[in-house]
Design a protein. Sequence first.
Length: 277
Amino acid sequence: MTEFDRKYSECLQQILDHGIEEVNERTGHKVKALPGLHFNLVEGGFPLLTLRKISPRVFAAEQVWFLLGSRKPVEFIDQYTNIWNDFTNLNGVVNSAYGYRWRYHFGRDQIGMLVKLLEKEPSSRHGVVITWDAGDDGLNPDLKKKNVPCPLSFTVNIIGGKLHFHTIFRSNDMVVGCPFDVAGFALLQRILAARLGVGVGVYSHSISNAHIYDVHYDAAAELIGRAGQENEIALDAQSDWFARAEKGDESLVSEIVQILEPQYSPAPPIKGLPVVL
């Protein structure tokens, strides 16, 4: 079992055993939830879940779309997945698209500034990128917005010649969403590290509300009982991946998939796994 398989399985077990079951008003579903769940991945393998099949093509394309800074799925991500179309407005725009938030929404390019900061001052502790807009997101029970960002922010630190990446989620659907989120942000960590010419350090994932929906209880129990593959997966990003992602290079998605798929021997998918929006 890989490090991520083990940590992920432990998280599911904690929630099933100790999570508080309540009805979520927005979705109408019962959930088991735990506050303040956190794990670190320190062994260096790429955290691609093998307890069930996760599509490398989807999370790789998402990160390219994010670094492109787009908020229109039709501009890139639509050819890989239609999940973001559930959150578009009448103009085909996802108002809370993470990449747009990082690169344009607040009037400055947070990603570009992050790279410049760490190039000039690698020991800086100011490498924080924000997704959450305090002036627009949340806190209004009468406003039912689509896709309020789940990841609030991430922080990048270069310590000991390695890039350490800490992402904070306000909310994480542990069965459907979490495996894609971890793989996606771990890919971003590697892209940034390669761009800055440093090694890959610890990936840290913090969740304010880690939950399992009632329709996923059986799937979570099944995942816990699976072994997954033994060998860690390797993914060494190249220094030009950052620039290629900024240009929306479709061949980069294919390149990443071609590196991952020969190493990837996941357990079978769980058929009919519902997505709760």
